[in-house]
Design a protein around this ligand. Sequence first.
Ligand code: 0A1
Ligand code: ZN
Length: 874
Amino acid sequence: MSAKPTIYLKDYTPPSFLIDTISLRFELDETATRVKSQLQVRRNPQAAVTRQLQLHGHESVELCEIKLNGAHLAADAYQREAEFLTLLDVPESFELEIETCINPEANTALEGLYLSDGMYCTQCEAEGFRRITFYPDRPDVMSVFTTTLVADASRFPVLLGNGNPVQRGELDDGRHWVTWVDPFPKPAYLFALVAGDLQCLEDQFTTCSGRQVTLQIYAEAKDLEKLDHAMTALKNAMRWDEEVYGREYDLDIYMIVAVDFFNMGAMENKGLNIFNTACVLAHPRTTTDAGFQRVESVVAHEYFHNWSGNRVTCRDWFQLSLKEGFTVFRDQCFSADMHSAVVQRVDEVGILRTAQFAEDAGPMAHPVRPASFIEISNFYTLTVYEKGAAVVRMLHTLLGADVFRKGADLYFERHDGQAVTTDDFVQAMADVSGRDLTQFKRWYSQAGTPRLKVSDHYDAASQRYQLNVQQSCPATPEAQQKLPFHLPLSVGLLRADGSSFVLKDGKTTQLLELTEAEQTFVFDSIDEAPLPSLLRDFSAPVKLVYGYTDEQLAFLLSHDEDGFNRWDAGQQLSLRLVNRLIADYQQGKPLSLPDTFVATWQSVLQQAPQDPAMAALLLTLPSEAYISETAEQIDPLAIHHVRHFMRCALAEQLESSWLELCRQHDSQSGYTASAADMARRSLRNLCLSYLMVLESPAHLALAQQQFETADNMTDQFAALISVAHSGFRDSADELLAEFLSQWQHESLVMNQWLMVQATDPREGGLARVQQLLEHPVYDARNPNKIRSLIGAFCQQNAVNFHAQDGSGYRFLADHILQLDAQNPQIAARLLTPLTRWRRYAADRQALMQAQLQRIMDKGQLSGDVYEVVSKSLC
Ligand code: 0A1
Ligand code: ZN
């Protein structure tokens, strides 16, 4: 059992003491780093009076010395418990000096100060600072930080901290030191330091007010050539935030450091971002187009946090979406502006509708602003991030871009330098718009995915069209009953010739505002029976139900002016067929593809060259994950089998079209990273993947040739995966071996190599993964490697993971038990697929539940794993 208590939002109280300044001195040492901190403390006039000062401190931190106003504290003047250091009787204001000793080498949790490939780095969000020293480690305590780093000069020539470097020097013993000052008060979670033997790419940025900012991106020398893309992305993001939000950067220097051992994607520490190498390094030879796009969006995300997160931060961790939802919305809009807006929207809705909806329907479901948690690390979720962004997007849609911008301006101005709540954010939007957003705030407090049931009626005599909308929301762990949401429903009405009716204000898309459980909307002067295009651009994070016929969906697919809805009509059409075929499969009936379906695909294929990016989306069947999310009960084997059957049938019946398109979209003149070239590669590689399911030697030769001659990782990797997952066993082994020998020195490419094998749906998946655990490129302490092998197997290889004998579940539980002592955050995240046990048939349910119980029975679990397992078994 975990000793960690549940923490409730309703129990929030302001901090009893404030820290005006903190001065830190780190004497870095692998196993015994000394940390001296000097705090200027004063009682918080806004809090209840107390003489006790409670500081957080992890049990791994050794207290060496403690002084108050220069005098040593007697042993009975303070108490040390597992998670706290309590000073029993302190004055109104005073200076506190604390010296601690910590062991970075033993830090495998990768929270606090740790070593990544021999370099020192930190991760303090959410509660890592307490693993460094004793401190009020909560985001509403903001202080001005001064940091001095001392380390061996030859092994750690680069010493970085938050803010600006102000002084440096050398010591007699071969060590050197640098002092950094960050003038902006910040919570401890934004503290960072780095020490290592690093190289950097440097550039300059002139801000809108004409200030010069030095930009530096640090990495190991071997990776220096992979930093250009991140630098370009950073400059684009800085300019974009000035233009779109009027936000200027505020320090003289902005640094990014790439580290190989990192629990998440990246971290927005003030002036010193620390990035997982996977989210910053990019080079055409070693990085796929998807990787390039990830780097761009994560660099932008962390940069945007400088205002949405750092200058204005969270009062407490229940408000996490205040910074994350808003910042994801900002990075999504940035990516839409940099690339195709429709492709970007399809990608983000894909994540929301598969993974976030699944989370909302599972035992860990929680509101965007959770009301309680045991371990905050478990709440860096798709709900807080992606649904949080969707909620901000709805405000943007409801208020319009101009009013939303005024609201953002007011929010930043009103709360600069403060730690605030999601209510404060919405209040700024309410104030500038004059609207009452009280009901809208239910999006922050109620979990679950609302369902909209739409029906319509057309009366030719009065030329009146009516849409009736009923909304409901399923029960989730925190609440059985839900109140109606306030949401924007964007609609268009199509004529029989495919054009859209002109509606209110001369526009072809109209915004309907839903606030009631049931509402009817009336459209007048509609001179022919229209076909509704509902929830355009996915205007709200809901499940929409409307009784379209297959023909109507096909019509929307070819005519809707809303690009997102065209794509979605295609997805819904395919999904219906998938579901019919699953039923056939389960009843042992033969499977076949209707001619009309093939004809629809044929026409999309014919028009593909006009818009290759869109075509690549339209020609991709709904993913196994999305099919699973929408299924009544998940039958992983049937889903995989049916989807594979459909791919084979489409490949076979349209073979010459795939081949023709594949040839047309061959690279003519070498690699470029332009949007047009990326679209061409995605379409070509999609065609190749269809052709390869036919298992014909001619197509194999095509893939092999692409593998050998590709001048970029996108094409080489696409060829590899298409062969590696095919029935050509020998060729698969050959290419995998060749890829290994070509790229074994590139850690990130090896993650991809592990991932291809982990996701191979053919029989014997678990045995292959078990062998790879022993492979020299695997590293059981590196989160990226764990995710690429164990994570990919359990989340993207449903047929093998859900093997009927329960071996996949046992494997995952074994690894969680092992990992929990090493890295609880990663262990808890890996658990996700087991938490979904209620979605499967009884036999699988029993097997999955048994493994969850086995983990529970072990006892001595981290708070992270305990919380997920206990809630899953509830
Ligand atoms: N704030 C970061 C995410 C992050 C959270 C926790 C971390 O360590 C446990 C690391 C990063 C972001 O949104 O990018
Ligand atoms: Zn973030």
